[in-house]
Design a binder for this molecule. Structure first.
Ligand code: ADP
Length: 309
């Protein structure tokens, strides 16, 4: 790990939140380093939103502590939150006003000094600058979601917290949000804390992740290492499925084949094996049209913990 990554941006220690008998969050420990895109994964009801609401001081922990930028969140709340941007629930906008006007008003409400130049900058950043005059009611769900992220970015925070930002989006909208997150991390050097219940989505943007279930952590680490170590479903689309099938049956790959549908073959393999399988097909005269990881959080979870979520 290089030195720029060693600065802790979020330190969650023994964090718990009980709602009467229910342990929504139970003794959670999380480290997020500067520059991370940190995937906070878990099925519905796992405790993600409850944790995020504590990170934003919307609710108080039952036990435990949170430090952000090295400072105690509950002691230095205002100075910390000035440098945090978040979208928690579906962002709410004035439909009859333009994207620009909405950001101007929301900027004023937030109490930050936001210049007109900054409003145009964030609109550019989320790919909406050519629509700045359009009424928000004419926007797609994905565009509204990006406008929500623009709002969270207005005051140029170092840490961005996104609670399930792609919920309800179509594949195109999801892709736009993924690209935006990568841009925020790579080009804008932001630290991003991203909650999701979709492994595939987190896998494409995050460098580190934690998986929680019933309020407690099950796995934590480097996304690549965690996924490389586990065989998961991958669908390979080939030019000639008969030829591919006979090649597979004569080789060690047959043990990894789970099923065939049309010209798509599903395998249970790790990332390195995926590359080897691709090579195997191409070298033996079978073209590979696409390779798509089709693993779900449920499948991964079952593999590593032997328990269902
Ligand atoms: P996630 O965001 O991972 O879907 P949540 O944090 O929303 O999960 O919920 C975790 C658990 O806490 C769930 O069982 C949920 O019903 C419960 N819960 C969340 N908020 C409250 C609340 N205000 N009162 C009682 N129970 C709650």
């Amino acid at each position: 790990m290089d030195s720029k990554n060693e600065e802790l941006v979020i330190e969650i220690r023994n964090l718990s939140k009980y709602f009467n008998e229910l342990k929504a969050v139970d003794n959670l420990n999380i480290n997020v380093f500067r520059g991370d895109v940190f995937g906070f994964l878990g099925p519905n009801g796992a405790g993600k939103s409850t944790t995020i609401r504590m990170l934003l001081t919307l609710i108080k922990p039952t036990k435990g502590s949170i430090k952000i930028f090295g400072k105690d969140l509950f002691r230095d709340r205002l100075s910390i939150l000035k440098n945090v941007g978040a979208i928690v629930e579906k962002p709410d906008f004035y439909g009859y006003l333009s994207a620009y006007k909405n950001l101007e008003i929301l900027g004023k409400i937030s109490g930050h000094e936001i210049s007109n130049k900054r409003i145009m900058e964030v609109l550019e950043l989320v790919g909406l600058s050519d629509r700045y005059k359009s009424k928000v009611k004419t926007f797609s769900h994905g565009m509204k979601q990006r406008l929500g992220i623009a709002q969270a970015l207005l005051h140029d925070p170092d840490l961005i917290i996104l609670d399930e930002p792609t919920t309800g989006l179509d594949p195109m909208g999801m892709k736009e949000i993924r690209e935006l997150i990568i841009h925020l991390s790579r080009d804008q050097k932001k630290t991003v804390f991203l909650s999701s219940h979709i492994l595939n989505e987190v896998e494409q943007v995050a460098n580190r992740m934690i998986i929680i279930n019933k309020g407690t952590a099950k796995v934590e680490g480097n996304v690549k290492d965690l996924l490389d170590a586990t065989n998961l479903s991958v669908t390979v689309e080939v030019s000639d499925v008969l030829k591919a099938g006979s090649l597979i049956s004569e080789s060690g790959w047959s043990e990894k084949l789970k099923g065939i549908s049309g010209n798509r073959m599903e395998f249970n393999i790790g990332n390195q094996e995926t590359a080897q399988l691709n090579k195997f097909f191409v070298e033996n005269g079978v073209d590979v049209y696409s390779i798509v990881p089709t693993r779900s959080l449920e499948e991964y979870f079952l593999r590593i913990t032997q328990e269902a979520i």
